[in-house]
Ligand binder design. Structure first.
Ligand code: M6R
Length: 614
């Protein structure tokens, strides 16, 4: 959480930093701040509670000159969101300013020591401790800023991506990371630093991803120098990024979320490009082919993920068990990492993460690797920490997902899991060739079917207006559509703040059916698959108790029209690919309900796009 950005070069830093913060707002948006060093070496720090736009407005009447600066947008961990707790934080003498993404776990001990040494604290944050510690060490040992940063970080337990600047030093800033991402942009006579590449890409596509415990000394007139906390010099490869600025913009849509929902036919094609080949009747997933033994010989697969990615993992369980006949366990990373799980060296672990930065999933991967398991990543963000900390993996290739609610990343995760399952199943011969080819052809048709569903957007919008009164929603599904019910409920609650629960439809009679009355909307996924008759019976039970039913059905369904209050038709597909289609109307429904309720769809309250704290 939190977005950080820094600039040094020949241009005015302020507009670059503010624009950068807008790009990073998806990481947190409860306060924002900026520090600039002007040509006289004077440092100005401005901070405001609320969005970046409020900071920009505030700065209009202040000196924002300077060609070096750092800026921050916050998702609060320690200390409520207010002006004082906003970053940058400064040291006792006000000579140092620092921005931070992460958590300093031993901050109370360090703070106590600093207070004993005469330091005073303004904020309730862990970050202020770090900037004070750096200054304390610098003065005590009479060392330069980089050495002080190295010594201070040696005392710190926790996660951090930091950038620190010193008053009077307008030629240099120092950045460092551990367990929180940091990208260094290399321009011509200018340098950038940020939590991800989005603030940088407009100016340069040449970047260096800093590794854990590395420090970058970024000087205006020199090539950046990278050293470790232990002062070992490092050479890092410069990577050429392939994302474009237009991928980061809304492209005419009112919200990123809607843009990302509508991008899905294309992102699914992109995800399958070069992998699903229906002319050669093949699916080529290089990460699986290179590691086929790890999967084919695995006694068990463990899937680790959080949130929407965890829902994708549940569908992965159904796919891998059905086609590859390998037992699968799907774990919340946050639970797995702390519960002393049994992990065998011949387990294959799949970690799923859009951002590739989720702290709990990173820690769970670490645990699995230490136990000797093979770990495969399914990530969207290229070069992210999870992509780099796994043995192998597949990217989803959907481009940047900016809306906090995950949409296109989810469907691409499903496509990758489907391709993996087909690849392994063919290798293990657990699926007949005939079935394999049928599934492959159908997978290839999915993007067109998604496109067809998106054409019903207007009627889903109309439907959403009927249900904005509701304070609760229930989502039901069975088989492959049970995790879709969970995902539909998550989409609704996170962006509309309406309470919603997903259940396997047959579980209703074991308790939740008590909630049903004429006020309760029930979204039931009842497509034409192996579970259809069972789901119909479950829906009848809801109907008998006056629940208001919105049913997602396959086109040409006739039975449901007499039972459900509202019906949304989607094209038919194989049972195992149903989630790729059934989730689309649920994404649209959540989106339109949230818009009608005037919610901040792309930046819902209390959330951040990537959860880099535990
Ligand atoms: O980046 P990740 O896929 O690891 O993120 C996991 C969750 O934080 C994420 O899916 C979250 O639940 C989304 N807000 C859901 O829309």
């Amino acid at each position: 959480m939190c977005g950080i950005v820094g600039y040094i070069g020949y241009r005015e830093a302020f507009p670059i930093l503010i624009k950068g913060l807008y790009h990073l707002e998806y990481r947190g948006y409860d306060s924002a701040g900026i520090a600039l060093i002007n040509s006289n070496g004077g440092m100005n720090i401005y901070k405001t509670k609320g969005r970046v736009s409020e900071l920009e407005e505030f700065c209009k009447n202040h000196d924002v000159s300077g060609t070096i600066g750092i800026a921050h947008t916050r998702w609060a961990t320690h200390g409520e969101p207010n002006n004082i707790n906003a970053h940058p934080h400064y040291s006792e003498s006000k000579n140092l300013a620092l921005i931070h993404n992460g958590i300093i776990e031993n901050y109370t001990v360090l703070k106590k020591q600093l207070i004993q040494n005469g330091y005073h604290f303004q904020s309730n944050t862990d970050t202020e401790v770090l900037v004070q510690l750096i200054e304390y060490i610098k003065e005590l040992n009479n060392v330069d800023l980089c050495t002080a940063v190295q010594l201070a970080l040696g005392q710190v337990i926790g996660a951090y991506a930091i950038v620190v600047m010193e008053k009077g030093q307008n030629d240099r800033f120092i950045a460092a990371r551990k367990s929180s991402p940091l990208v260094l942009g290399i321009g011509k006579d200018e340098f950038f630093i940020a939590s991800d590449a989005s603030p940088i890409i407009e100016y340069t596509n040449k970047v260096i991803y800093l590794e854990d415990e590395e420090i970058a000394i970024v000087h205006r007139h020199e090539s950046p120098k990278i050293v470790t906390i232990g002062n070992i010099e490092k050479t890092r490869e410069i990577i050429q990024l392939e994302i474009s600025l237009s991928q980061l913009e809304k492209g005419g849509y009112p919200h990123f979320m809607l843009k990302e929902i509508f991008e899905q036919p294309q992102t699914l094609r992109d995800c399958m490009r070069g992998r699903v080949d229906i002319t050669c009747n093949n699916v080529v997933l290089s990460g699986i082919i290179d590691n086929k033994k790890q999967f084919c010989d695995a006694k068990r697969i463990i899937i680790l993920a959080c949130g929407t990615s965890w829902h994708a993992g549940l569908i992965g369980e159904y796919l891998l068990e059905e086609f590859c006949r390998i037992p699968v366990e799907v774990e919340y990373s946050s639970e797995f990492r702390y519960r002393n799980p049994v992990i065998y060296p011949d387990d294959a672990v799949i970690a799923i993460s859009q951002s590739g930065e989720t702290a709990d999933t990173l820690a769970a991967i670490d645990l699995a690797r230490k136990a000797g398991a093979f770990v495969y990543g399914i990530c969207n963000v290229v070069g992210s920490s999870i992509a780099r900390n796994t043995h192998s993996g597949s990217y989803t290739h959907v481009g940047p997902e900016i809306g906090v609610a995950s949409t296109k990343a989810f469907t691409a995760q499903l496509i990758v899991l489907a391709m993996m399952s087909l690849c392994i199943a063919r290798e293990k011969k657990t699926v007949t060739e005939e079935r394999f080819l049928k599934l492959l052809k159908e997978l290839d048709r999915i993007p067109d079917k998604v496109e067809q569903i998106l054409r019903t957007d207007e009627s889903i919008k109309n439907l959403s207006e009927i249900f904005t009164y509701a304070h609760n929603f229930i989502y039901l599904g069975r088989g492959y559509n049970y995790p879709v019910a969970l995902e539909g409920a998550l989409k609704l609650k996170e962006i509309s703040y309406i309470h919603a629960e997903g259940y396997p439809a047959a579980e209703m009679k074991h308790g939740p059916i008590a909630l049903i009355d004429s006020e309760m909307p029930v979204v039931a996924i009842a497509t034409d698959n192996g579970m259809y008759d069972k789901v119909i019976s479950n829906i009848q039970e809801i109907k008998a108790r006056n629940g208001r039913i919105i049913a997602i059905v396959s086109e040409n369904d006739t039975a449901m029209k007499d039972i459900a209050d509202y019906v949304i038709e989607i094209p038919a597909t194989e049972d195992c690919f149903d989630p790729l289609l059934t989730i689309i109307p649920l994404q649209l429904l959540s989106y339109h309900i949230a818009v009608t309720k005037r919610r901040d769809v792309d930046r819902p309250r209390n959330l951040a796009k990537s959860v880099t704290v535990e």
